[in-house]
Design a protein around this ligand. Structure first.
Ligand SMILES: [Fe+2]
Length: 260
């Protein structure tokens, strides 16, 4: 009798946390990383990029949309440069017979350069027309609403990278609601769930999740150290529960024909 009760309980747990034996399987598409060599503060060489891609594969990721920084002051990358870097990376992956789908978008810093690119429609998107953008970690831009409007007027869907990392928003939570009202999607950094960045970022992440304000998750992998932390986080009950909630849209972006 006790055995039966335990077995039923175990089945329910397995259903609840689907893929218990292989937790990474549910995280199949990563849409935030810095894996184009030498264009930002991410990987420096193609070898480093490949090393990280192989680890992501082990976690179950078989579709990567990598997102180099584009920021006027530090990383004034052009679409052409980034696509060129993707070409080199794909070539090396092919040479080594590593099977993975890798595409490129960008993480746009909300500055004047971004507004110029929006006017020119020179924007690298993911999915249908999602644009990943980031803000200053120090202060909220005074023209945040205009930036969001500019993205939408150019015909794109704004996706804010790691909303939980803008700590000044904890005391100004209305800004998150304002962005939601304007149709901004939020992409959580998975490592925020374990407090990797800071306890405060973790607190904001939890609040945003509780309020159902997160649509996408990403690894934001720059270096192998991020991946080491990620391996721990994807094994947490909290991450499994989040991914199985049906609210996360990552897997809806998987390109047909991609496979593990
Ligand atoms: Fe990033």
């Amino acid at each position: 009798m006790l055995n039966k009760v335990f077995s039923n309980f175990q089945n329910k747990i397995n259903l609840l946390f689907n893929n218990t034996n292989n937790p990474g399987r549910m995280f199949s598409l990563d849409l935030h990383s810095h894996l184009i060599a030498g264009v930002d503060d991410g990987v420096e060489t193609i070898d480093e990029s490949i090393e990280i891609i192989l680890e992501l594969k082990k976690l179950g990721v078989f579709n990567i949309i990598t997102t180099p920084h584009i920021k006027q002051e530090r990383y004034p990358n052009s679409s052409m440069q980034i696509k060129c870097g993707l070409g080199l990376l794909r070539k090396e992956l092919n040479r080594r017979k590593i099977k993975i789908r890798i595409d490129v978008a960008a993480e746009y810093y909300a500055d004047e350069y971004f507004l110029e690119l929006l006017l020119k429609r020179d924007i690298m998107t993911f999915g249908e027309s999602y644009v990943l953008f980031e803000l200053s970690y120090k202060h909220c831009p005074s023209n945040l609403e205009e930036i969001i409007d500019a993205i939408k007027e150019a015909g794109y869907i704004p996706v804010l990278a790691h909303p939980e990392r803008y700590l000044y928003m904890l005391e100004n939570f209305h800004l998150y609601h304002m962005m939601k009202d304007k149709g901004v999607y939020f992409q959580l950094n998975i490592n925020s769930l374990s407090g990797y960045y800071s306890p405060k970022a973790r607190k904001i992440a939890k609040t945003l999740l509780k309020k159902d304000m997160i649509e996408f998750v990403g690894s934001d992998t720059h270096k192998m150290k991020h991946l080491e932390a990620l391996k721990q986080t994807v094994n947490t009950r909290q991450f499994k529960r989040l991914f199985n909630s049906g609210k996360i849209l990552n897997n809806a972006l998987i390109c047909p024909g991609s496979s593990s």
